[in-house]
Design a protein around this ligand. Sequence first.
Ligand SMILES: O=C(O)COP(=O)(O)O
Ligand SMILES: [Mg+2]
Length: 218
Amino acid sequence: MPLALVFDLDGTLVDSAPDITAAVNRMLAGEGQAALDLATVTSFVGNGLPHLVARVIDHLGLDMARHDALTATTLAEYNRAASALTRPYPGVIEALDLLKSQGAVMGICTNKPEEPARHVLADLGLAGFFDVVIGGDSLPTRKPDPQMLQASFAALPDLPRLFVGDSEVDAETAQNAGIPFLLFTQGYRKRPVAELPHRAAFADYAALPGLAAQALSI
Ligand SMILES: O=C(O)COP(=O)(O)O
Ligand SMILES: [Mg+2]
């Protein structure tokens, strides 16, 4: 049966933390600050760019009054090179190809701002798979508020729905929207798999098409 599948982006379809870290570090260099390492910045990803920058400011003891300015600088730096170091996870393109050939309609619901999200999708050859892209600045609220996810599905044909993501934020969003959640376990999740509510979990994209077909009958 054809499905409507909406995907998270960072840590789900693409490993984007290296470019996010590089953009943060270019912003920090402009502030005369030392670079942060990949693991530290990755731990700040998930709730959107303004939240990430707030976590950087907090971590380094910088002035929170500069939050808006530092967020704007980080976004500009990220837009300059959003896909230089970013790659799809292994098997993503093959899985999306197979799902599409099986009649799935697909969308993106990411807390990453919409402009760089579209750049990353285009640069990595993924844009053509998706009929809707909603980013963290597309609507007044972002995940885990369910509005973004509901709007993503509303833009797709009315078929059985699944949301695929990597994080606590995604699991909570799916729960808030009442949509079954498939958890990709190799992304930027902070807690053990068992602590995130999910219909099914997968570590290898080769398993996704079969899992998606089964997940609605579990
Ligand atoms: O930009 C973020 O903080 C997270 O983005 P994601 O929703 O695609 O994981
Ligand atoms: Mg994610």
